[in-house]
Design a protein around this ligand. Structure first.
Ligand code: HEC
Length: 211
């Protein structure tokens, strides 16, 4: 009896042991190149001595000079950051179609990026100008004739490059948003040619999502 039991146990053990060796097609049962199974996951900006041929020892090469990121061709600004560029912007830089109507996003962005200096209503009474009055421009506020008559292209140029004590806002306002803010400045100035903002808050929310 015990012999028979032993045979049963032994054959069970053989079955269990051999089940691990079932053939799986071309799989030899071990990893030839562990790095290919478990990727090291180099990140583009990682830096390592072993990448000495790449700029800054990064994993990636730098893009070729003049490369444009996908969908960003509209970000190319044709004028130089110079006095001549500023003057030329008056006539050469015009708002694209569809931005002639002001939406609430212009106001939203203005309050974030501009009001700290120029004030919520553009009266040059923001916290920064209050504390450091020497920073203020010569004109008193947006309702000055200077801003009323200032070409939109020049405002766009100023937002792009900055002007004296005002820094560039190109990194925080993509081109379309720059135009929205330009239009909002014109609205605050009371310039007659500007239409009244809509109160479409859904548009603001959805725009936020895409940025
Ligand atoms: C740090 C404070 C500061 C912030 C923030 C700031 N500005 Fe200015 N802004 C200035 C100063 C200072 C000038 C005057 C520059 C000069 O003519 O010397 C100026 C000038 C301007 C002008 C006149 C430009 C021209 O061509 O003469 C406009 C329009 C303007 N700002 C709008 C904006 C808008 C819109 C924003 C937000 C996107 C903004 N500013 C953010 C300080 C600021």
């Amino acid at each position: 009896m015990t012999n028979k039991l032993n045979i049963v146990w032994a054959s069970l053990a053989v079955l269990i042991a051999s089940s691990g060796c079932v053939s799986r097609g071309n799989d030899p049962g071990w990893e030839y190149a562990p790095d290919m199974y478990y990727s090291k996951g180099y990140e583009p900006y990682n830096q390592a001595d072993s990448f000495s041929l790449n700029p800054y020892g990064m994993s990636m090469r730098e893009p070729v000079a003049g490369s444009i990121a996908l969908g960003k061709s509209g970000h190319i600004y044709p004028l130089a950051n110079s006095g001549e560029g500023y003057e030329a912007s008056a006539t050469q830089i015009v708002a694209p179609n569809g931005i002639d109507q002001i939406d609430t996003r212009g106001k939203y962005l203005y309050n974030i990026y501009c009001a700290a200096c120029h004030g919520v209503e553009g009266k040059n009474d923001g916290k920064v100008f209050q504390r450091v009055s020497t920073l203020k421009p010569a004109w008193k506020g947006y309702t000055d004739d200077y801003i009323k008559n200032l070409e939109e292209g020049k405002i766009y140029h100023t937002l792009t490059y900055g002007k004296n004590n005002m820094g560039s806002h190109a990194s925080v306002l993509e081109p379309t948003d720059r135009w929205r803010v330009v239009k909002y400045v014109k609205l605050l100035s009371g310039a007659a040619s500007v239409s009244v903002p809509t109160t479409d808050s859904a548009a603001v929310a959805s725009n936020n999502m895409s940025n």
